[in-house]
Write a protein that binds this ligand. Structure first.
Ligand code: ZN
Length: 114
């Protein structure tokens, strides 16, 4: 093998690498590190009304009725006497205690006081 074959091979490889880098800079062939990074963790996610930060708005009486059991989808019932009032930041929230008549599941629903 002559030294020209070795030098020629190195030159071809270097030209291909250089061409690839230029092509990537021009049209973006490879994904950028920012695109590959995992999305930032925003903490646990709660369904609407399940936590103080996702408290529902609206009239309390409307929120008491029509709530479905997350386990069996039956209509849940509640006793207005068991409502609890809590403060979350500068908001006053009412926690409605819902009970499923079918499977006895309990669920708290946070509603912002109007
Ligand atoms: Zn149920």
């Amino acid at each position: 093998m002559t030294p020209w074959v070795v030098l020629g091979t190195i030159a071809i490889v270097a030209a291909m690498i250089g061409g690839g880098v230029l092509l990537d800079r021009r049209i973006g062939v490879l994904p950028r590190p920012r695109e590959l990074a995992a999305p930032p963790d925003r903490g646990p996610h709660h369904a609407p009304g399940e936590a103080p930060e996702t408290a529902l708005a609206g009239p309390l009486d409307r929120r008491r009725h029509g709530q479905r059991c997350p386990a069996c989808r039956a209509r849940m019932s509640c006793d207005p006497a068991s409502d609890q009032v809590v403060r979350y930041g500068d908001r006053e929230l009412v926690v409605i205690a819902l009970v499923c008549p079918k499977c006895a599941a309990h669920r708290g629903l946070y509603v912002a006081r109007a």
